[in-house]
Ligand binder design. Structure first.
Ligand code: AHR
Length: 498
């Protein structure tokens, strides 16, 4: 089989917002406790943060991290997580039926973000709370000094304001599992009024309204439309969430989910633009894909967990090779929508449906899941400009879609003079891949890797999975060719000038 890709330096989709490769950490399971924060761990630093985890997160180069939830935020009182640790209350977290000790809170998160080099995307609770809480937390975080809340922040050790730029207005308010679930009308009204007070305190913030929790939600479409009628002028981004599973154990169908992901994004863009047209507005709403991943391996076991534990083992999916292939092709899909998707959060980051896993004691203290590798490559190398990439390849029929046998995309980073081609082979056969590079002067290969050869159900507890060298690559006359291994994720980095 042959697959060709035509790339032209003069045909760009858009600049890629680096925040496309963000992530998400929720006060859930062992994401924070035993993940980020474990004061008695041998690698813990002066703040109780695990240095082994900081190092792993830095490798992923995540520029933005959403926090503190997720479903958790809809029952959370942020004030419980500030002030002296010995005075913080232990409470029931009803979202995950766990015990929350509040030993990790706002200041700890902000400090940890600095250490990993990420900016926060802070969610406010629009489930049990609302306007009043939101105006207080933003005064606490972003107002310099001389008021009740800003001076409390200073007393708690942060003299300078945090100046948090990105704020999420609640979480998955369309889902009946959500604490304080609302109709689109109810949420739209609340989000509008909350945005209003938040901007009165700090007009420079960026706001994300909570869109659909899944494409299959019965309210999908009307939720966005009704919500945007209320908040179109107040917010910068509309969120969307999507998780995929392979309960049917059907590889071809599973790898075809990237087509669904693509359709979901296009549908949300269409609704945003329809509302724009109806309002005669010049403003464009962009998207925040602030939860995306595979999630299903742990669900049956999670149902058997005893309630009200501290830091229980919840949502600890162990990802296999086919999951890594899907994550790679979902990432390619995000790049294709770089003109509208400005924020993305792989959900989540540590231990909870995560690329990074920790052991509480013993070795290895940290291990990387299969999905770590494709995500690490896109977060580091899919930077700069997303190029329109015209692919020609046969497709196979899945239940709902025609799925191209390869997924490919190119990005150009003018700061590094680097052109990167991401190409995934979803077929069980080798593919002859050839890319024509118009209006580029290619001077060499920086690195070419493949990720392949593993049993599709293989997980990576033994840490044997590695990126391998893609040695079949040739570059001549502005053409790049390579033989793609069956079921492979490939990244070709070239020195190129425009
Ligand atoms: O990421 C796990 C959960 O998935 C989040 O808490 C929620 O927002 C979503 O349903």
């Amino acid at each position: 089989m042959k697959s060709t890709l035509f790339i032209d330096r003069n045909q760009a989709i858009s600049k890629i917002d680096p925040r496309m490769w963000g992530s998400f950490t929720e006060q859930l399971g062992r994401s924070v406790y035993e993940g980020i924060y474990q004061p008695d761990h041998p690698t813990a630093d002066e703040d109780g943060f695990r240095k082994d985890v900081i190092e792993a997160v830095r490798k992923l180069n995540v520029p933005l991290i959403r926090y503190p939830g997720g479903n958790f935020v809809s029952g959370y009182n942020w004030e419980d997580g500030i002030g002296p640790k010995d005075q913080r209350p232990t409470k029931l977290d009803l979202a995950w039926r766990s015990k929350e000790t509040n030993q990790f809170g706002l200041h700890e998160f902000m400090k940890w973000c600095q250490k990993v080099g990420a900016e926060p995307d802070m969610a406010v609770n629009l489930g049990t709370r609302g306007i009043d809480e939101a105006r207080n937390i933003i005064e606490y975080c972003n107002y310099p000094k001389g008021t009740y809340w800003s001076d409390m922040r200073r007393q708690n050790g942060a003299e300078k304001p945090f100046n948090i730029k990105v704020w999420s207005l609640g979480n998955e308010m369309d889902g009946d599992w959500q604490i304080g679930h609302k109709t689109a009308y109810e949420y739209g009204r609340l989000a509008h009024e909350t945005a209003k007070v938040m901007r009165l305190v700090d007009p420079d913030i960026e706001l994300v309204a909570s869109g659909s929790s899944l494409r299959t939600m019965p309210t999908f479409g009307t939720w966005e439309e009704t919500l945007l009628d209320h908040v179109y002028d107040d917010v910068d981004y509309l969120s969307l969430h999507q998780y995929y599973d392979n309960y049917d154990d059907n590889l071809a169908e599973f790898l075809g989910k990237s087509v669904d992901f693509d359709g979901f994004i296009s549908d949300v863009v269409a609704v945003c633009d329809a509302v724009k047209a109806r309002r005669h507005s010049n403003k464009r709403i962009n998207l925040s894909m602030d939860e995306w991943n595979v999630w299903y391996h742990s669900k049956a076991d999670d149902g058997k967990q005893a309630p009200w534990q501290e830091a229980p083992h919840l949502l600890e999916d162990h990802y296999n090779f086919e999951d890594a292939l899907l994550v790679g092709s979902l990432a390619i899909t995000l790049m294709k929508h770089a003109d509208r998707v400005k924020i993305g959060c792989l959900a989540q980051l540590i231990n909870v449906i995560a690329p990074i896993m920790t052991n509480t004691t013993g070795e290895p203290s940290v291990w990387y899941q299969s999905i770590f590798y494709p995500f690490m490559q896109v977060s580091n190398f899919a930077q700069g400009i997303a190029l329109k990439s015209q692919q020609d390849v046969p497709a196979y029929k899945a239940k709902d879609y025609d799925v191209p046998y390869t997924d490919s995309m190119a990005t150009f980073n003018p700061d590094r003079d680097e052109l990167t081609i991401f190409v995934e082979n979803k077929s069980k056969e080798k593919v002859e891949f050839e890319s024509t590079l118009a209006n580029f002067d290619v001077t060499g290969i920086v690195e070419a890797t493949q990720f392949c050869g593993y049993d599709i159900k293989k997980t990576n507890e033994d840490q044997s999975m590695k990126l391998q060298t893609l040695s079949s690559i040739t570059v001549s006359d502005n053409k790049v060719s390579a033989n793609l291994e069956p079921l492979s994720w490939n990244v070709i980095r070239l020195n190129a000038k425009d």
